[in-house]
Design a protein around this ligand. Structure first.
Ligand code: BES
Ligand code: ZN
Ligand code: ZN
Length: 518
């Protein structure tokens, strides 16, 4: 797949390459200066007529005389809903990202090496950042195992990996500074999401606990984040019974990685004792067979994605560090493989967790909550004031909410609202569900302090209630169940098939919001 190279310009650069695609947004054309529009006026008039005739809300495009116009194609994307049409379910921000991804796909289909977006004046800095985000997310393909690489279009074609697709963002001079400030951040964060997608999409036998730890060390070092990894012996000696129990049957692991990012605070005032300390906790099951309570074979391969939460918090803390956000962030990443083996933990076992509580293992497939319980203890030990865990925790969340919206739980209304706002800002939708205390009773056990599965059919809620038992006293806590949204079957919005890394951009937005409050 080709690489993307972005530039922000006030008029399209003079290029010998006339095979590119010029992209306009219906609704923003009047905003583009006349001198920039002139070569496209004829094509745009025809396209506008087509758009109105077809009443298509999507896109019209036409080939043009490349020598006259300087491009091989002009494309017009509709951003204006037809009168009386049903409201678009996507926000305007999301629509811009989808259009950017579609435009790159169109260009790839035309074998173009250059895409120029004409954005004009109105909030062009922000729109440019959104176009960059949609382009980076939309251009991503996991094709390293394909003999023929994809160029992002519909057909697989032999392509040179090192080829560069240049993306120009044409903004009004008055918006240059804004675009130059916002676009690089947008690219950094979305590239972090793509790094997480790469790690998540790897097969379970490749991305085993040991290999994943190497990825964690590599990414932390590249971002300048302190990284401590507790190995199996340290975890055993330290009493991390949940993580050790789950990881017992695997060839490698378990591990617990702790990544500590300390910002260089600008003033002493901000180093006050009660300063916000955000912990991000991510479920890192590199493969979930279900253990002795083995899962059915159909679709089990998807369980290579059971470390999505871990890869997401890794990418998020690294992006936050690279941006230098003024808030303390610690990522806690419990890593294990839930394997079937003579050494595996057994149904009926009783685990003594790091917090001291004991848990009866009713079902070895409810392993995520066991490793997260020890990780939540660790987050408290690190001194976190705010904790968010993210996990592909329950199949039930996909039944409740489908694959477009994640389940959110929180022990603090204000913090829950902040999570919803952060998700909303980046187009990662969440729906808050209740920590319904009546269901807690179902987690009781006659021999141990807790059972690892509940009695209620509300599987996602009982899983969240189980986790709540391990939230350190006084910490504000939110839990994101991403088992429905972590991967897509086909193209969805700007995502290609496979991992979405849902959450990376929310966490960066959350860290930004908490910085303001520090
Ligand atoms: N990793 C799974 C949850 C999952 C299921 C993620 C489908 C993505 C798609 C988790 O460890 C699991 O197996 N949960 C069980 C819990 C049950 C045994 C109480 C489940 O959801 O069935
Ligand atoms: Zn499981
Ligand atoms: Zn799992």
């Amino acid at each position: 797949m080709s690489q993307l190279r972005f530039s922000i310009v006030s008029s399209p650069s003079k290029s010998d390459d006339v095979s590119g695609v010029a992209v306009f947004f219906n609704g923003c054309i009047d905003d583009v200066p006349a001198r920039v529009l002139r070569p496209f006026a004829g094509a745009l008039a025809l396209l506008m007529r087509d758009l109105n005739r077809k009443k298509s809300r999507d896109c019209v495009a036409m080939p043009v005389n490349a020598d006259e116009v300087g491009f091989s194609h002009v494309a017009l994307f509709n951003m204006v809903p037809d009168e009386g049409a049903k409201p678009d379910p996507l926000s305007a921000f999301e629509q811009v990202k989808v259009v950017a991804a579609d435009a790159l796909k169109f260009a790839a289909g035309k074998k173009a090496q250059r895409v120029v977006f004409f954005l004009g004046k109105h909030q062009a800095g922000l729109v440019a950042a959104l176009v960059a985000e949609g382009a980076v997310l939309g251009h991503y393909r996991f094709d390293k195992y394909k003999s023929k690489k994809s160029d992002g279009g519909d057909d697989d074609v032999a392509k040179d990996d090192t080829k560069i697709l240049s993306v120009e963002l044409v903004v009004d001079k008055s918006e240059m500074a804004g675009a130059q400030a916002q676009v690089p951040e947008s690219i950094l964060v979305t590239e972090a999401a793509n790094t997480a997608r790469d790690v998540i999409n790897e097969p379970g036998s490749v991305m085993n606990p040991e290999a994943f730890v190497e990825v964690v060390r590599r990414e932390a070092a590249a971002a300048g984040v302190e990284c401590e990894v507790l190995d199996p012996d340290q975890l055993h000696d330290g009493g991390y019974g949940g993580l050790c129990g789950v990881g017992r049957g695997a060839m490698t692991g378990p591990y617990m990685a702790v990544l500590r990012y300390q910002p260089k605070f600008a003033s002493a005032k901000k180093q006050k004792k009660d300063a916000v300390h955000l912990a991000l906790v991510g479920k890192g099951i590199t493969f979930d067979t279900g253990g002795i309570c083995i899962k059915p074979g159909k679709g089990m391969g998807d369980m290579k994605n059971d470390m999505s939460g871990a890869a997401i918090v890794l990418s998020a803390v690294c992006a936050i560090a690279k941006l230098g956000l003024p808030v303390r962030v610690t990522a806690v990443i419990p890593i294990a493989e839930n394997a079937v083996d003579a050494m595996s933990y057994l149904p009926g076992d009783i685990l003594r967790m790091k917090s001291g509580k004991t848990v009866h293992v009713d079902n070895t497939d409810a392993e995520g909550r066991l490793i997260l319980a020890d990780a939540l203890w660790q987050a408290g030990h690190e001194g976190a004031t705010h904790i968010v865990d993210i996990a592909t925790l329950t199949g039930a969340i996909a039944i409740a909410l489908g694959s477009s919206v994640a389940g959110l739980f929180s022990n603090d209304d204000e913090f829950g609202a902040m999570m919803l706002e952060a998700g909303d800002a980046v187009g990662e939708d969440m729906w808050q569900l209740p920590l319904w205390q009546e269901y807690r009773e179902g987690l009781q056990h006659h021999v141990a302090d807790l059972n690892n599965v509940g009695k209620s059919r509300a599987g996602s809620i009982t899983a969240a209630l189980f986790l709540q038992e391990f939230v350190p006293d006084g910490a504000k806590w939110a839990h994101l169940d991403i088992a429905g949204v972590d991967m897509v079957d086909g193209r969805w919005r700007y995502y290609d098939k496979g991992a979405t890394a849902f959450g990376v951009r929310t966490f960066v937005a959350l860290a930004e919001m908490l910085s303001d409050n520090t």
